[in-house]
Design a protein around this ligand. Sequence first.
Ligand SMILES: [Fe+2]
Ligand SMILES: [Fe+2]
Length: 374
Amino acid sequence: MNDGNTLAEIQNFVRYVVSAVASASLYSPDHRQVHRLGGEAFACLQAALAVEEEIVLLLIEDELVCNKIPLDGSLFLSKFIQIFHDKGIEHLKFLPQVEFAELWSLIVSLSRQAGKTPGVCSTPHVQLGRLDIAEPDNVVRDAKKEVLSLQEISRLEKDVFAEVCACVRENKAFGMTGINEVVSSSIQAFEQMAGPLHFLEKLLVLDEYTFTHSTNVCILNLAQAKAIGIEGRLLHDVGVAALLHDIGKLFVPEEIIAKPGALSPEERVLIQQHPVRGAHYLLATPGIPKLAVVCSFEHHLKYDGTGYPEVSVGWTQNLCSQITAVSDYFDALRTKRSYRGALEYETVAAMMVEASGTFLHPLLTRNFLNLLGG
Ligand SMILES: [Fe+2]
Ligand SMILES: [Fe+2]
């Protein structure tokens, strides 16, 4: 493939497919957004097929090769590659007679949660080559494995975090296996629970020796994300992002983090660097979902655009960062701190209502309080 325009069409195709898959997971496959993005993807594909006899996308390690030309990296491309990995797809071939319905059905099956049937299948003009794996890399989803309780998950998380902390302190990258296991186990535990989650509010607060801040934020994030219909890989990434959101605090001296009294201006500056330091560290760590990097960077931004770090005018805070901001706000107030006891749920709920629309996203806050308070 020598034509630069065709390559650009394929890059755009990738972008639209990734967005359509994300929208289908977030809303529903029939949502007009999925049809619109699918239609854009189809137009790009047709333009490319007007020039090429066929379009073959081949995954080689973490590179995507289109008709023998490696595609340049972008956030969409990494997500596309991740989807290929998750579904065990090795190559994908599009023939010129491909119809929109075939592309749409591919998008829908790519958006389905791992393990749900029907999986991704070939159609007459979209041919798939599959690897013999059906689950996301490093994600523990053994159906026969016993479902852990939230307390057991929290103990697992402590062990995993001890390892992560040791790696950060030695300036080494940590492996994602443990983090993925904590999130997958939490999702499995949630799948066993039905109905409202009022008990979480008491469980997380009363059992202060078991539950850490990052476990609390992870559990609260997963509850929020599931309540607004997020499933599959995106749900997993929202959990990972929660577990790692404060990782930048490991770069701040412990005596400042644990200081019971007011902070000096210099100490405040150091604390306020933790989102950026965390994001830099995660960006350099292999296998970290990009959502976790974004969430580390953005979790102290406020709904009204203030907060820290300073961002450019018009910056849009990612939905996952806003979900995390809600969980973080709740947990920071509801749990006992070195300088004060735990606040009552009613007090925290009233403070969250007050902060809704300025500090916190109003709809997410309302959903959150409905979820926990009933
Ligand atoms: Fe933080
Ligand atoms: Fe936090």
